[in-house]
Design a protein around this ligand. Sequence first.
Ligand SMILES: C[S@@+](CC[C@H](N)C(=O)[O-])C[C@H]1O[C@@H](n2cnc3c(N)ncnc32)[C@H](O)[C@@H]1O
Length: 246
Amino acid sequence: MKFITENDLRDLNRKEPFTTYELEPGARLTPGARQFLSDLRINMVDSDPCTNKNSINVYYFFRNKETFDRIRKLIFPEFKKKETVYIWSAGCAAGEEPYSITILLKEENITNYKIFATDIDTEAIKKAKEGIYTIDKFIETPEYIIKNYFNKINSGFKILETLKNNVIFLIHDIIKEPPLNSFDLVLCRNVVIYFIKEKQIKVFENLYKSLKRGGCLVLGKTEFLPMEFYDKFEYIDKKERILRKV
Ligand SMILES: C[S@@+](CC[C@H](N)C(=O)[O-])C[C@H]1O[C@@H](n2cnc3c(N)ncnc32)[C@H](O)[C@@H]1O
């Protein structure tokens, strides 16, 4: 049996518009490849009766948990020295990412912060403000976090109201609109893979402007800093795609 990996699909985002990927008979996608297609919102024509597209949880709390562990270890100690910490989650989907950060800040007793969480998708922002999630959103979340920070309700798990206080959700297009600015930390994970090179450059210009000097940028694990920005950022953790504005 042939396995299609994420690497095999890497240049698909260059082919706009590209809305359907047809899986050849007998081939299987690895979980990484499946996630890659979902991130690009590419529909898949799948001849494999054993696979269920809907079983993939694309956006969830603490997605790539090691990245959150590294943010906590490398960046949060600096936050403890600041009067107020400003964080931007750009392309925040339905709030899983900014709420994950809020929970980690709470765990570290960092209370003086503001998170701006933005997305182009109106429906996603509406869901984020509601803060209600089904159990499949917690595949990488420790049990005690669910217990301590969510209330079980009929339709799922609702984030504690107190955790919503410091998170401001806004509809915002990261390519077309001016960036928000003066941030200590910006997360823009699994967003630029959507875009052709020219748009990626525009996004990186905006991300650069949005950060304070010395502020940190976190990209998705399959995303890279374009070479045009090599002198503007340095990696503080290359594997987890954590960079600092120089
Ligand atoms: C794959 S999701 C990533 C969600 C989250 N950052 C994560 O890593 O789990 C990409 C998000 O980017 C948003 N997005 C796409 N184009 C955008 C744009 N031009 N401006 C802002 N958000 C955008 C999509 O609506 C989607 O919610």
